[in-house]
Design a protein around this ligand. Structure first.
Ligand code: HEC
Ligand code: HEC
Length: 678
């Protein structure tokens, strides 16, 4: 592996790593998410998704010195070796290119649907952009390579479902890409500049995290049922929501923040199972946490070794709650627990490793803080708690989603997306108790464009610390499952049966009462209170809070999809007619594509560990809206249909779910093509 030179880091780096001389790989990035620094660290670039801008900050003067209008919903920014700035416009299917010092875009380059992750090759010639979906399919994403000289696309390589983040390896000869829903990475070979190739679709990450359980993976695949609510029953965990991927400066490791979720059934009520109701709460510290019966949603950090051909995960054995057999594991714990109850960590959104390779900074969007973690160990006298590998937790503003560390390691900048402000973190020197702190006033870079109700609702939706919504012991937010306001593709083991998280984005959800897959809640307030009190450890919500949350849910932008807003193709037009002929519109009716009534469409789960409860079998399932359905795979309340086609083919002859028995294979294809336009 060729490394790009040497760098010396002396004296006071952010967390006093001392004086060291280390190799720095050309693929290392000192920034992640909404923030990036110029090569000389003098200019900071920040994208604000709400406002559609790139803010330019002079780091010496601590002043905003410019603003460039970019495309809709800019998500990530990076700076190439020649100081050209690139921004992915998630809502605009494009990348904005801004030359150093310019006040306007030099170009806007078309890419795929919902571009997110991006990075420039060490030689500066190629910009790689990860698209969540492509312009022809919503069932998989892609990687686009753009020639930075001509700003034209060289190729587009299909990837897996919902890819998000990218990190280059081996001086740019390979790339690792995160898969958002699967919580895993794919590996792409880039050594032939014109012929990229996927070398590995995923890793054995989830199996490793569940070494002891009989059948790692989905709960429905488990052979022996765990005892509901029992701490003795096998627990299985799954990584979800993998967005960011960052390299260590020496290129030997990658890290990916994730959310772990429990797959085994949750107790029916707070009084069931263990005292304290831990097993019925959505959150609860860590799966191995003390005091509660084990968390359901916990922030995690996956370490990948990159010295083999493909990145190999090194993770703790979560179902056994123990580290790997090595005496002193040389990687951070796979669960990021806070050293203190007062400052929980939730919603890891971005991270960087400092230039000395010693410390990892993890930005937590739902707990409004940054956790500082040693990158190569999990114990030491400098860690305040034996049960946590976190050195320090530093508070920042609301909704942080990006971080950049200066190349001398002395400062870090964090963008707080919900209050549009910039936090500057500095090292205080010798004081062991408070090693890094926030300096000066937060610099406000933009204003609110959401309505005041929706802006307040967003903070409530994304908070794992507001006592109204959750308790410190549970520390979960609505966004812990409705990731990005959408969904996590996860099937939860609820008392009603298997329940997949529904997306709330652009679906007019608040107008689709009753709520839940079994439609047991007739009103939004009733539903939210049950969720917040019984499952999140929060309090009775007043009507104002419910209205704010509803205003936010209504404001979540629809998920972009290749077929939306286009004139119908011939196949889609045929599909539209079939939708009526097959009587789909009797239930999936009107503008919301649901009649809000319950029905049995032959999809009840009657065997296995997680079954639909008796009252569900009796009253049926609530017809879901089909708005935006092209991007909400997997399908059905139990997530058992991986694709729309699979849903329609399974039981096609029975006519239980629409009049499907007369549909030919070609008809099904047309119907699917139409469903993808909704
Ligand atoms: C542990 C993950 C999790 C958390 C936390 C969570 N949800 Fe959900 N949400 C789900 C699942 C799973 C369902 C489907 C449950 C069912 O149907 O029984 C759901 C259903 C919903 C629905 C109903 C959608 C419909 O059309 O019926 C809404 C609205 C919703 N959630 C909003 C919220 C809000 C607001 C919060 C925070 C107060 C929240 N959720 C917290 C997982 C979660
Ligand atoms: C009798 C009412 C009814 C009819 C008719 C009907 N559906 Fe459904 N549909 C439902 C219900 C109820 C569910 C939820 C089932 C489940 O989750 O197990 C559902 C689920 C779906 C889903 C999965 C949505 C998701 O987000 O997971 C799709 C796709 C779908 N229907 C498409 C169709 C099509 C296409 C037709 C016509 C061939 C059709 N439906 C006819 C009631 C109906």
């Amino acid at each position: 592996m060729r490394r790009q030179g040497w760098a010396a880091f002396c004296a006071v780096t952010l967390v006093l790593s001392g004086c060291s001389e280390r190799e720095v790989a050309g693929t290392w990035s000192n920034a992640s998410g909404s923030v990036a620094l110029s090569r000389d660290d003098k200019t900071l670039y920040v994208v604000d998704a709400d406002n559609g801008i790139l803010a330019v900050v002079d780091t010496e003067r601590q002043e905003k010195v410019g603003e460039v209008r970019v495309g809709p919903r800019p998500e990530r920014v990076t700076v190439g070796p020649d100081d050209t700035v690139y921004v992915t416009n998630r809502g605009g299917r494009s990348v904005s290119v801004i030359r150093k010092g310019d006040a306007v875009e030099a170009a806007r380059v078309d890419v795929g649907v919902e571009p997110t992750g991006l990075t420039v090759s060490p030689d500066g010639r190629t910009l790689y952009v990860v698209n969540s979906a492509t312009r022809t399919s919503s069932e998989h994403g892609s990687l686009t390579a753009i020639d930075t000289a001509s700003l034209t696309a060289r190729w587009e390589l299909p990837l897996g479902e919902e890819p998000r983040g990218i990190a280059l390896l081996e001086d740019g000869k390979k790339a690792a890409v995160t898969l958002f829903r699967q919580g895993d990475v794919m590996t792409v070979d880039l050594s032939d500049a014109d012929r990229p190739r996927v070398v590995r679709e995923g890793t054995d990450l989830n199996a490793r995290a569940n070494r002891a359980s009989s059948a790692p993976g989905r709960i429905s695949e488990l052979e022996s049922p765990p005892l509901p609510g029992s701490p003795q029953g096998p627990r299985t965990f799954r990584a979800r929501g993998m967005v960011d991927l960052l390299g260590a400066p020496d290129g030997r490791r990658l890290f990916a923040p994730v959310l772990w979720s429990r797959e085994d059934p949750l107790a029916a009520s707070p009084d069931d199972g263990m005292g304290g109701g831990g097993d019925s709460m959505y959150g609860g510290g860590t799966p191995c946490g003390a005091g509660v019966g084990g968390g359901v949603v916990a922030a995690g950090l996956i370490t990948f070794n990159t010295e083999d051909d493909v990145p190999a995960p090194v993770v703790d054995d979560l179902d056994e709650c123990k580290p790997p057999p090595e005496e002193k594991p040389d990687f951070p714990t796979s669960l990021i627990a806070s050293p203190s109850m007062e400052s929980p960590l939730q919603g890891p959104s971005a991270a960087v490793v400092d230039p000395s390779g010693t410390w990892l900074f993890l930005v937590n969007q739902e707990s409004n803080n940054v956790a500082i973690v040693p990158a190569w160990r999990r114990s030491g006298t400098d860690l305040p708690s034996p049960s946590s590998s976190v050195r320090q937790v530093v508070s920042v503003g609301a909704g942080p989603n990006g971080i950049a560390v200066t190349r001398d390691g002395r400062k870090a900048y964090v963008y707080n997306a919900f209050d549009h402000s910039l936090s500057t973190l500095v090292s205080t020197g010798e004081d062991r108790e408070s090693i890094v702190h926030e300096e000066g006033q937060r610099l406000v870079l933009a204003g609110d464009v959401l309505s005041p109700m929706a802006a307040a609702g967003r903070r409530l939706f994304f908070t794992a610390t507001d006592p109204k919504m959750t308790s410190p012991l549970v520390a979960v937010s609505c966004a812990s499952c409705h990731l990005e306001g959408r969904e996590d593709g996860h099937v939860w083991g609820f008392p009603d049966g298997p329940r997949q998280t529904p997306s709330l984005a652009g679906r007019m959800t608040t107008s689709t009462a009753p709520f839940h897959w079994s439609g047991e809640f007739s009103g939004l307030g009733e539903f939210m209170n049950a969720t917040v009190i019984d499952r999140m450890g929060g309090t009775q919500l007043d009507t104002d809070t419910v209205s704010k949350l509803a205003a936010f849910i209504d404001s979540i932008p629809a998920t972009d999809n290749p077929n939306q807003g286009q004139p119908l193709t011939e196949s889609q037009t045929r599909g539209a007619a079939l939708y009526k002929q097959a009587a789909c519109d009797t239930c999936h009716a009107g503008a919301l594509l649901t009649n809000n009534t319950n029905a049995d469409v032959g999809t009840f789960v009657r065997t296995g560990v997680l079954m639909d409860a008796a009252q569900v079998l009796k009253s049926g399932l609530n017809t879901p809206s089909l708005l935006g359905v092209g991007r909400t795979a997997p399908y059905l309340h139990d997530g058992s249909a991986p694709t729309l086609r699979a849903r329609l083919m399974n039981g096609r002859e029975t006519n239980q779910h629409g009049q499907t028995s007369r549909l030919s294979d070609a008809d099904v294809d047309d119907l699917v093509a139409y469903l993808q336009t909704l």
